[in-house]
Design a protein around this ligand. Structure first.
Ligand code: FAD
Length: 467
């Protein structure tokens, strides 16, 4: 029996469709990610005399990198690729949750940062690379580069809780967002706090090295303060997967005991085994906890882009973090020359914090600048500065400030110069809280305004008085 023209056409369409599926499956499984061959038309072509440095991720690391690179190599053509249309700060967001500051305080303008610092902001999602041709693939076309810097921050690693149950993961993401990545997650959490009628409000501290060590404890304090201030018969249940408070232990534990005895229940060693959202029960190794509402912060990993590009490895701290030389930040493997990764996606045990990412972004910029200019650059330590509030009514804070050093015996970095002030009582605590604003505003100025801005070093009350 002969084949009709209609059958032949149908077969052709089916084959083409199959081909398309195969091609896209191949593309998806390739470490080069999706192909978007077209060169981004909204950008000028790369010029030989202007080395092009493409930075992915307009967070604390990427913004700081872009500015510092332009300061060190003014003739470089720097392009910041960021998927968001505006910047929202995670630092200070706990204060917004309890109405202490306006949303405007957290929101900043990418175009201003780019204009005032002479680089280009390109709104797009990075999706892959063609390493041979030095092309970054994005949702808005491909970009040629000489140096590529990836600072995509974190993603959540729900699998350690859900063991592959994607339905549960999707419900956790939608119904109990962690609010450790800025945007809608924070909006949802704020509404939950403000609409809470009473009962148990659960928060979690994830295992491993997670984004902003003190933030879950600070958040517990501020939500407890909100319940206390507004006469809500609610209790914050803080389930910590660690053996104890991971940072500023004295400051937070005294606040829990002395300010929020009836409002916070802190439970360390609470490694989460199972979550039943129907019954609203969390099973840990030793207990079962009932909750009424809350925000569930799962373990973290490097932003998924790092894995998509074939640049991830498992570390002692977390799964799927950047596979880089820990001193130069360059991705490992000859084929990855001139690709650098910094910020919270890094594998080192540094505090995953904004100040760390800001100072590290600048250090990596000086490393890349040295390569462009044919010079040498010595490793510099990032600086962690973290001021947390233990109450907002009145506002009282505690802080830590430290650089890092490499310990060849453990093969790891450790705090080199920790200075802490964990006294939240009296004038000292009030002064520490005031310093939070000085810190945040100097950081926003540093990232979004042009010109030189000095990093921020908080001082203990006694040292402030000497000044
Ligand atoms: C509640 C809370 C409180 C905090 N408080 C403090 C504090 O007081 N002090 C402090 O120092 N730190 C604090 N932090 C931590 C701080 O926010 C992070 O450590 C910091 O944001 C890390 O910077 P980063 O540049 O690595 O990542 P991010 O700031 O997350 O930036 C990553 C950027 O990459 C973009 N991106 C990701 N993938 C792609 C892609 N494929 N294409 C294009 N763009 C992409 C993202 O949109 C994002 O803008 C806090 C965090 C939270 C959540």
């Amino acid at each position: 029996m002969g084949i009709s023209r209609r059958d032949a056409l149908k077969a052709g369409v089916a084959a083409a469709a199959l081909g398309a599926v195969n091609v896209s499956a191949k593309e998806k499984s390739s470490s080069e990610g999706y192909f978007c061959e077209e060169i981004a038309t909204a950008l000028p072509r790369k010029k030989k005399e202007h080395p092009r440095v493409v930075v992915v991720g307009g967070g604390w690391a990427g913004l700081s990198f872009a500015k510092e690179l332009k300061i060190n190599v003014p003739h470089a053509d720097v392009i910041l690729v960021e998927q968001r249309f505006e910047f929202m700060s995670c630092p200070m967001s706990n204060l917004w949750l309890v109405d202490k500051i306006e949303l405007d305080y957290l929101i900043h303008d990418y175009l201003q940062a780019a204009r005032e610092n002479n680089y280009t902001y390109f709104q797009a999602s990075a999706t892959g690379i063609d390493k041979r041709r030095k092309l970054l693939k994005t949702s808005n076309g491909s970009i040629e580069y000489d140096y590529l810097v990836l600072a995509p921050g974190i993603d959540y690693d729900y699998d350690l809780w859900t063991h592959g149950d994607k339905e549960l993961e999707s419900r956790l993401r939608n119904e109990y967002p962690a609010a450790f990545m800025p945007g809608s997650e924070h909006m949802t959490l704020k509404k939950k706090i403000h609409n809470f009628k009473g009962g148990t409000f659960v928060l979690t501290v994830p295992r491993g090295n997670y984004r902003c060590l003190p933030a879950p404890y600070e958040r517990a304090c501020l939500i407890a303060d909100y319940f206390k201030t507004n006469g809500i018969k609610g209790k914050v249940l803080l389930l910590d997967e660690h053996e104890g408070i991971t940072i500023k232990d004295h400051g937070f534990s005294t606040a829990f005991n002395e300010l929020y005895k009836d409002y916070i229940h802190y439970e360390p060693n609470s490694v989460i085994q199972r979550i039943d959202l129907e019954k609203k029960v969390i099973e840990t190794e030793f207990d079962e906890w009932h909750f009424d509402d809350g925000a569930l912060y799962p373990p973290v990993r490097a932003g998924r882009l790092i894995e998509i590009l074939g640049l991830a490895k498992d570390t002692i701290y977390n799964r799927k973090e950047a596979n880089i030389n820990i001193f130069t930040y360059e991705a490992k493997g000859a084929e990855n020359k001139n690709i650098f990764i910094c910020g919270d996606a890094r594998p080192m045990g540094f505090s995953k914090s904004g100040n760390t990412a800001n100072t590290e972004g600048k250090n990596v910029a000086r490393e890349v600048a040295a390569r462009i200019l044919g010079k040498k650059h010595e490793w510099e330590s990032p600086v962690t500065v973290c001021i947390s509030d233990v109450s907002y009514n009145p506002e009282r804070g505690i802080f830590i400030h430290s650089e890092y050093e490499f310990n060849p015996k453990t093969n790891q970095f450790q705090f080199a110069t920790p200075v802490t002030d964990e006294v939240w009582k009296g004038k000292e605590g009030l002064d520490n809280a005031k310093a939070v604003y000085g810190w945040a505003e100097s950081m926003y100025a540093d990232m979004f305004q042009g010109g030189f801005t000095k990093g921020f070093v908080p001082l203990a009350s006694s040292e402030r008085e000497k000044k």
